[in-house]
Design a protein around this ligand. Structure first.
Ligand code: UDP
Length: 485
């Protein structure tokens, strides 16, 4: 009879971008709190950024998690590029390394862990990696794909062949009418699909990654998605007909504003004391996330719009937000002009800022983590999508859930429109409407992660299904061995 398995040991690979690291670290902590043994793999580059940003944490990012009783080991590998290489400035080369070189390093570390005699059972890797199912197969591991964006975005990529077949993607003159044939998606305008699905050059490095990773993901044993079933019910149901798909979000630290594992790639400036002095819901929080770039023109219009609006604000401006080559892209005199009602900082603890009672709105690039965090803090959104999934996320926020508005409805944004919309969100008649709607959506998130909620149930079901699969693989191995004797 097959020996009863202890809780699984999972090797977890973090995709080396900020918006992917935050949820995968908390997924690893969650699984460890369910009794899993975790070996968490970061790249040297991410490790260096994080430990430089948090000198007190030291080299062992998971030390505190281990002290709290969780079985989490930690190791780092190369992404194929020198640590000091500027990945933001040379984005395509960075992605090319992830596409072509990273798998060799990933395979090497998995082989090493397996060879050490550790009983390893599964490989959990971000969906954007192009190699996990091949490596999982080679080492007899269960492959769990982790998707950090909405299920709606997943299904668009999952069906990119259907989009192509119907003339909505990768054609000379793509159709401009609504896409109404994706299972579980009522209709979506082409402008609301991801930036990659709207581009005319479909041979870029990003496209190559998306094609390859979705071919790989079709072979995954399970997909975990950082979303909530009730928010994307039809999309998720349709996906479940094709692939074991579990909505387990929102994945946050136990204590929302604080985490026992450092995840920020940059050190965080404090603004709590400044916020403490501001009236309730009076401050707009402005951030473009960790990755997307804003054009200089747009940034100047947004800064001038903020100035015109007379609203108080916290502006997070990464040094590379326009480009690593342009360290000071704000209009001359801007900081002085708004000094009595604003602060400009390079990076912050976003969850802590959003949770502060003085925050009343979030001008966001619509990164998925930012949206989930904003909903959790009941902060309505002013949407300025720039890139990748952000256009689709905007549609969910503005058109479907009605918890925010667009920053601009025109092709070219102007300071007047920016100012008007800031005031509409923060002080206008519709302010309470957004606030009430976001309270409703927050309730959906809250109940999903309550003990009897959908995300908790889905997580338990995933663990049960994973254990059954592991048992099956072990049984097959035993039978094979016996057969050979
Ligand atoms: N974030 C932060 N400080 C900042 C800006 C962002 O801690 O000053 C965090 C934010 O809380 C979120 C992540 O970085 O968890 C960004 O992820 P998101 O999906 O919103 O956007 P991306 O950076 O991937 O475009």
């Amino acid at each position: 009879m097959a020996e009863k398995h202890k809780k699984p040991h999972a090797i977890v690979f973090a995709y080396p971008l900020q918006g992917h690291i935050v949820p995968v670290v908390h997924l690893a902590l969650k699984l460890a709190s369910h009794g899993f043994t975790i070996t968490f793999i970061n790249t040297h580059s991410i490790h260096n950024h994080t430990s430089k940003a948090h000198p007190k944490t030291g080299a062992e990012l998971f030390a505190k998690a281990r002290e709290s009783g969780l079985d989490i080991r930690y190791t780092t590998i190369s992404d194929g590029l020198p640590v000091e290489f500027d990945r933001s400035l040379n984005h395509d080369q960075f992605l090319a390394a992830l596409l072509h070189v990273f798998s060799a390093h990933a395979e090497e570390v998995v082989a090493k862990i397996v060879a050490s005699g550790e009983d390893v059972h599964c490989l959990i890797a971000d969906t954007f990696f192009v190699w996990p199912s091949k490596i999982a197969k080679k080492f007899d591991l269960v492959h769990v794909s982790f998707w950090t964006e909405p299920a709606l975005v997943f299904t668009l990529y999952y069906h990119w062949d259907l989009l192509r077949l119907n003339g909505h993607f990768d054609c000379q003159d793509c159709r401009e009418d609504a896409i109404d044939y994706i299972p579980g998606v009522k209709a979506i305008e082409p402008k609301d699909t991801t930036s990659y699905l709207q581009e005319t050059d479909t041979t870029s490095i990003c496209h190559q990654i998306i094609y390859s990773c979705f071919i790989d993901t079709k072979n995954a044993d399970f997909v975990l998605c950082n979303t909530v079933q009730e928010l994307e019910h039809d999309t998720i149901s349709a996906l479940q007909a094709k692939i074991p798909y579990y909505a387990i979000g929102p994945i946050f630290p136990n204590d929302f504003s604080k985490t026992i594992v450092a995840t920020s790639l940059w050190s965080e400036s404090q603004c709590t004391k400044w916020l403490d002095k501001r009236p309730h819901a009076s401050v707009l929080y402005v951030s473009f996330g960790s990755y997307a770039h804003v054009t200089k023109n747009d940034l100047v219009e947004i800064a001038s719009g903020l100035s015109l609006s007379k609203v108080s604000f916290v502006l997070v401006l990464r040094p590379d937000v326009v480009s690593s080559d342009d360290a000071d892209p704000l209009p001359v005199g801007f900081k002085e002009e708004v000094a009595d009602r604003a602060i400009v900082i390079p990076w912050c603890t976003q969850r802590e800022v959003l949770a502060h009672p003085a925050i009343g709105g979030f001008l966001t690039h619509c990164g998925w983590n930012s949206i989930l965090e904003s909903i959790w803090c009941e902060v309505p959104l002013l949407c300025f999508p720039l890139y990748t999934d952000q256009f689709t996320n905007r549609k969910l926020v503005v058109d479907d859930w009605k918890i925010g508005i667009n920053l601009s409805n025109k092709k070219v944004i102007s300071k007047e429109e920016v100012s008007d919309n800031i005031n509409r969100l923060m002080c206008g008649e519709s302010k309470d409407e957004f606030k009430n709607r976001i309270k409703e959506i927050k309730k959906t998130l809250e109940s999903a992660v309550s003990p009897s909620g959908s995300s908790e149930k889905n997580m338990l079901q995933f663990i049960k299904d994973l254990e059954a699969k592991i048992e099956k693989i072990a049984h097959a191995k035993n039978s094979n061995c016996n057969g050979h004797v």
